[in-house]
Design a binder for this molecule. Structure first.
Ligand code: ATP
Ligand code: MG
Length: 486
């Protein structure tokens, strides 16, 4: 089985050396990720495309390769092809007919031939030959060059013939790691997660910084969604997840700052701290999920005041997007359910916040703030490699995780439906409820107080977070099930 990977068009308009560097990086990224799928997969990088070969006839493998290619930044589209030696027009027609006859039944079509290399025929001549043959010898509804139901795509590269059996859209963007790294302020809501995705897609290795305002479940939730993003779109490069304990900073703001200015000043404190972390990591740019006027601290005057505390470039990928567009994007990248279920933790709920902060007033308010508190927070920063999140969450778990199921205990499988179907829990004799994590909040209301409910998910991270949240809501009979060796 073979795939032809087409480059994101912005790569192809770069100068020769830049283009070469970008393509090579894309090749390496694919190599890293596809080797995890199967050792035997081969990635071949050329000037204008990347070829991926994997073993024939293995549908599971094929699906996994399609999945990797469709979420790797830097790819415009990729074609699934059958490869043959180029013999002559008639042979090419017969091969095309074998691949397309079924699909063509009752539909109009147009043949497209793309050619590279030297040949003594033109692409149009070949299109006519194959098209004529298909029109006569299949049950197609005829040729329609303007608005066909189906395109029949054929590629010729030197002496090889490729029949395209499927065309998949890619993610676009630049290969990860070809642009400089950024540090994304992630709070786990819809916005900052989508913003992080956007810088990843644009080719920036995106590290995460989280300001912990005091909710343990919130911290686990943010780690969980960062891990998801990274595994899905960015796992060719290792990144860091940094937690800054911010409870005391919030406490100090509550004591020393007028309520109307708390929101803006909290953001300024976050940027100050993020700048220090970024300095240490030699990163020039910070990312936030803010967009004009979405909330009171995000009006243009306030954003301008917030920006003044840092010399770093502050990138706001969502700045002109509407909330609905952001939510739609979060659905399409798969982070919607995470964000929806994120425990809200807002330490600074200010009453009638200013929408038009003035610098002199802000400085006056900050004059009462004890910066030693911020320094102390920065001394207690925790840095972990993102791929260690699972171990980290389990090591710091606060909800008891049981390795066995006893009497009066019910397993609750909280994985998404498609994951449950893919890897069903096989536990004869146990009662198992299937409640995807985003339905757990309401489903828990029906729980029987005399029984114990053990939440199960694949890595033990989501179950830990959800159990923690439910316990905080008073469900002390909710725990985690984590089988030995999982
Ligand atoms: P989000 O949907 O990303 O939570 P929001 O709409 O709730 O954002 P704010 O709470 O004003 O907006 O936060 C604005 C931005 O500041 C966020 O998008 C994020 O980049 C950053 N931010 C806010 N809280 C935190 C936090 N606890 N840790 C890290 N970054 C944060
Ligand atoms: Mg928020």
């Amino acid at each position: 089985m073979k795939f032809i990977v087409k480059l994101f068009p912005e790569i192809t308009i770069k100068s020769r050396p830049v283009r070469k560097r970008l393509i090579q990086r894309l090749g390496t990224n694919l190599d890293v990720m596809l080797r995890r799928v199967d050792e035997g997969i081969r990635v071949k990088t050329t000037w204008d495309r990347i070829d991926v070969h994997c073993g024939d006839g293995n549908e599971v493998l094929r699906d996994e390769v399609v999945s990797v290619l469709s979420r790797t930044p830097g790819i415009q589209a990729f074609l699934e092809v059958r490869e043959f030696p180029l013999v002559d027009f008639h042979d090419a027609y017969e091969r095309t007919r074998d691949a397309y006859a079924e699909l063509l039944k009752g539909r109009t079509f147009k043949v497209r031939v793309k050619r590279s290399g030297k040949h003594d025929f033109t692409s149009v001549e070949m299109e006519r030959y194959i098209g004529g043959g298909l029109n006569q010898h299949t049950e197609a509804a005829g040729v329609d060059v303007h608005n066909p139901d189906l395109y029949v795509d054929v590629e010729i590269q030197q002496d090889r013939l490729f029949i395209v059996t499927e065309r998949h859209p890619g993610l676009g963007g630049f290969p990860l790691g070809t642009q400089e790294p950024v540090l994304s302020l992630i709070s786990g809501g819809f916005d900052s997660v989508v913003a992080s995705y956007m810088t990843m897609r644009r080719g920036c290795k995106t590290h995460f910084v989280f300001f912990n305002l005091g909710g343990h479940a919130h911290e686990i939730g943010v780690k969980q969604v960062a891990l998801y993003l990274w595994q899905k779109y960015g796992s060719s490069a290792r990144v860091k997840f940094i937690t800054v304990p911010f409870e005391e900073v919030v406490g100090e703001i509550l004591q020393s700052v007028h309520h109307s200015h708390m929101g803006v000043i909290l953001k300024r404190m976050m940027l100050r701290a993020a700048e220090r972390v970024a300095d240490f990591m030699k990163i020039d740019a910070l990312v936030t999920g803010e967009s004009i006027a979405q909330v009171s601290s995000q009006t243009l005057p306030n954003l301008a005041i917030i920006d003044q505390v840092t010399k770093k470039l502050v990138i706001r990928p969502l700045v002109t997007m509407d909330k609905q567009e952001i939510v739609d994007l979060s659905k399409s990248i798969g982070t919607f359910e995470f964000a929806k279920g994120m425990p809200e933790y807002c330490g600074v709920i200010s009453d009638r916040p200013t929408t038009r902060a003035k610098l002199d007033r802000v400085l006056e308010e900050e004059g009462h703030f004890d910066y030693e508190v911020l320094e102390q927070a920065l001394k207690r920063v925790q840095v972990i490699a993102i791929d260690d999140i699972v171990e980290d969450v389990n090591a710091h778990a606060t909800v008891e995780a049981l390795t066995r199921v006893g009497e009066n205990q019910i397993i609750v499988d909280i994985r998404a439906n498609h994951e449950q179907e893919k890897k069903p829990l096989n536990m004869p004799g146990c009662e198992i409820l299937s409640i995807p994590f985003f339905k757990l909040g309401t489903a828990a209301e029906q729980f029987d107080a005399d029984k114990e409910y053990l939440l199960y998910c694949e890595k033990g991270v989501m179950s830990q977070m959800q159990a923690h949240q439910l316990q905080e809501r008073g469900y002390s009979n909710v725990k985690v099930y984590r089988p030995e060796g999982a």
